[in-house]
Design a protein. Sequence first.
Length: 473
Amino acid sequence: PTALVWFRRDLRLGDNPALAAACALGGQVIPVYIDAPEEEGAWPPGAASRWWQHHSLAALDSGLKKRNSRLIVRQGPSHKALGQLAEETSATHIFWNRRYEPAVIKRDQAIKQQLRAAGLTVKSTNALLLFEPWEIAKNDGMPYRIFTPFWKTCLEKGIGRSPFPPPQHLPPVNRQLQSEPLSTLGLLPKIPWDQEFYTHWTPGEAGAWRQWECFLEEALGKYHQERDRPDLPGTSRLSPHLHFGEISPRQIAFQIQIQMDRRAELTAGGQAYLRQLGWREFAYHLLYHFPETPEKPLNEGFTHFPWAEDYGEALTAWQQGRTGIPLVDAGMRELWRTGWMHNRVRMIAASLLTKNLRIPWQEGERWFWETLVDADLASNTLGWQWVAGCGADAAPYFRVFNPVLQGKKFDPEGKYVQQWIPELRKISKQHIHEPWKEARQPLSTPGSVGGQSGAWGVRSRNVLFPYDNPKIH
Ligand code: FAD
């Protein structure tokens, strides 16, 4: 028999149940990727995600080539591309790993029906999560809205099944089978804003494992103490790898269990890390059960929240990292230049946008969607609704992060701020989070955001709250 394996958000060979099922049939295995962003409803991948996707697909193809196979790339619509490929290869089976975005669930259900009606055997499996979103439920069968009991139930179920090993060899793919070159998908930017991404990231399965090894050796043991410090390399930076499925939460959870059994000093960090993977699970649980939440607050009482009007200029200043609040600007510039921002800083930047500037959280959510390499519909929705105070288990809507105090606590020497805001490099440590206390002369000299020449001028007058204007602070 011949089986198609439809790769989607599972761009890896290890712990890939769809690939393992196809291999188990013992016949031809055709790895397929279909480009169909228009099938993702209101949330086609943003620019930073597309960059990642391009490189991740290239890495998957080279992993397959090392095992004698190769990736067949086709353009959507997906149902047509799959039907056509099944015909060209006389495939009898199609396997894929599930996705959970509302528009994609609908599409997949329709495709499953069509393919089955055409006589194919179609099977989908879970590769993205520790648990299917519907496997965890309260005693009354309803979904959880509070994290701690949700995670407790997950832990009781046990998260330690061993991952599937990668296949050693794959059957070669017929040479006649046509594949689109990756470049035709147009995933890479036309303007080269991505140059710095290459110094921070290595998309693909091998890159994910290198990142994991590095985190395990250098930071896991201290994770519970240092995960809130943007000035230290205290977190794993595995989020984009997890998002694209280059490494699975099951593989990580399994590794952590092994390491904690061997090395007692990793226990506290290991457990804290597993709990963060739990937040990721919780995000998918919520997205699955409340599919309207990417656009609408989970707590309906917030539907008519009195947001500011006419906030265009303030939104642009926030996006460009020139609000005048050092920690927020540092985060927004880190985001622009690297496609990633530290979690603590995401919370503070989101709080400033929604609580101080009173800009709807959906605006921030969209900007993150476009600029994050780890942009993920479930986690981004949860993060924004949590900060805005309108989601599940959210911070109360009246709680406002004080970015100065947060800065002093989590970036005590101002290293993080100075790394991303060159204008503030001459400010003393004491005043780095409130430079207006030190300034006698205008601080914000003509320059450009993120050191990218000609991108955006940040003259003092263009900063929303100029760093050197004490009245505003
Ligand atoms: P680590 O601290 O090493 O955590 C390990 C893994 O656990 C992460 O890779 C991630 O998969 C998961 N995780 C950790 N914290 C969270 C969390 N709060 N919610 C869900 N999963 C979590 N994360 C995304 O992956 N994509 C997003 O689009 C996203 N948008 C966010 C928006 C806002 C406003 C906020 C406050 C948070 C958002 N997060 C998002 C969650 C979190 O900031 C990132 O997952 C984390 O910063 C990734 O860095 P890391 O891999 O070093 O995390």
